[in-house]
Design a protein around this ligand. Structure first.
Ligand code: AMP
Length: 178
């Protein structure tokens, strides 16, 4: 399993798709999965840029992962996003369900990606929801980078303010070096 982390607009979706196509890996985009599963109040919370409850997310991700064939590589775009989610994942790793190879942290500043998001024009790509997602990332997801390192996972910082190709090249090099 390969984890993709980074603020909204850092390119997790684009990079995840490229890697999955190049290597024939599965790709789970947590945001896409949730846009498929979630309605009502939860959907409203998503659109406001808030994270959904850990227990809910874990139940969904567990179901999605169970539907995949065993022992094939999976790229996770947007999971885990909190320490409780990561604790669940590490529990699964320890139980032998997956092996966790690498976490790529796509590093980009808010200023650098804000225009990208406003141009993308998803319904949650409005100024207030973008800011909320940035704040939520800092509060809930950024501490996870340290947490993963402390739990023996290589977290590779990739400068994501460069071209799509340059970012992809660097990630492929890391994967091939393993
Ligand atoms: P994304 O498409 O990755 O930007 O995700 C869109 C939205 O889905 C986020 O702003 C959250 O509301 C929700 N979401 C995605 N992944 C998670 C997660 N791992 N935990 C909680 N909420 C999530």
């Amino acid at each position: 399993m390969i984890l993709l982390m980074g603020i909204a607009g850092s390119g997790k979706g684009t990079q995840g798709k490229m890697l999955a196509d190049q290597h024939n890996f599965h790709l789970i985009s947590m945001g896409e999965v949730l846009r498929m599963y979630v309605t009502g109040q939860q959907r409203e919370r998503m659109l406001a840029g808030e994270l959904l409850d850990d227990q809910e997310i874990i139940a969904i991700v567990d179901r999605v992962l169970s539907s995949l064939p065993d022992s094939e590589e999976v790229i996770m775009d947007g999971f885990p996003r909190t320490i409780p989610q990561a604790e669940w994942l590490m529990g699964q790793v320890k139980a032998g369900r997956f092996s966790l190879r690498t976490a790529f942290h796509l590093v980009a500043s808010r200023e650098a990606v804000k225009q990208r998001l406003l141009q993308r024009g998803r319904i949650d790509d409005k100024e207030a929801a973008i800011e909320a997602r940035f704040d939520e990332y800092e509060r809930s997801t950024a501490p996870l980078l340290t947490w993963l390192s402390e739990h023996g996972i290589d977290v590779l910082n990739i400068n994501a303010e460069r071209s799509v190709e340059a970012v992809n090249d660097e990630m492929v090099k890391h994967l091939n070096a393993r």
